[in-house]
Ligand binder design. Structure first.
Ligand SMILES: CC(C)(COP(=O)(O)OP(=O)(O)OC[C@H]1O[C@@H](n2cnc3c(N)ncnc32)[C@H](O)[C@@H]1OP(=O)(O)O)[C@@H](O)C(=O)NCCC(=O)NCCS
Length: 164
């Protein structure tokens, strides 16, 4: 990742990151149920990252939100996106590893997301059973990663908006 400058997202990056997400995701992304968990809740400070190429152009970004799963806390990974001109260079994987590592360092125990298992299983994500995203969400796309062994065991219930 030497060709990219990677640093925490700052307030001035916000709309550029939004534009990258608009480019990379299907129209109407904000209608997805996962966005209801983000409404009026700030992303987790320090975990969201931006990657810029040698010209300073935004190449990739990742954000994390806090959520509750039943009585437990979790990081909701995403959105993560890499500009189409840089996809397949390992940047998405780098951002995911870096963000998850930062979450572990800050004491978070578990991460979840809604996404393609064939991509995310390489990072250790696996299907979560009994963890219910707001509908409509395909349960096969609800995936989790343990930052300490066993921390998803017995964690079930509705995923709800952060309320602290
Ligand atoms: C998904 C995304 C972030 C991956 O970023 P990236 O920098 O291209 O990923 P990496 O270079 O780390 O990894 C590339 C590998 O992931 C695979 N891959 C990418 N998206 C995939 C998917 N949805 N399902 C399965 N494999 C996928 C590629 O085929 C490639 O495989 P290889 O290593 O065998 O060649 C990027 O493709 C993207 O922004 N996509 C559009 C937005 C999106 O779908 N975001 C994820 C929402 S859940």
């Amino acid at each position: 990742m030497q060709q990219f400058g990677i640093r925490p997202e700052e307030p001035d990056d916000w709309w550029e990151v939004e534009a990258l997400y608009d480019l990379c995701f299907a129209p109407g992304r904000e209608a997805l149920s996962s966005y209801r968990l983000r409404d009026d809740v700030p992303p987790v400070a320090g975990l969201s990252l931006v990657a810029r190429d040698g010209q300073g152009i935004l190449a990739g970004a990742i954000r994390f939100w806090p959520v509750h799963v039943g009585d437990h806390d979790a990081l909701l990974l995403g959105p993560v996106a890499v500009h189409p001109t840089h996809q397949g260079e390992g940047l998405g994987g780098y951002l995911i590893h870096a963000g998850v590592d930062a979450g572990r360092t800050r004491g978070w125990q578990r991460v979840m997301l809604v996404g393609d298992e064939p991509y995310y299983k390489r990072f250790g994500f696996a299907r979560l059973s009994g963890v219910e995203m707001p509908p409509p969400t395909n349960p096969d796309r609800v995936l989790g990663l343990e930052l300490r062994p066993g921390v998803w065991s017995g964690v079930q219930g509705a995923v709800t908006r952060w309320s602290r």
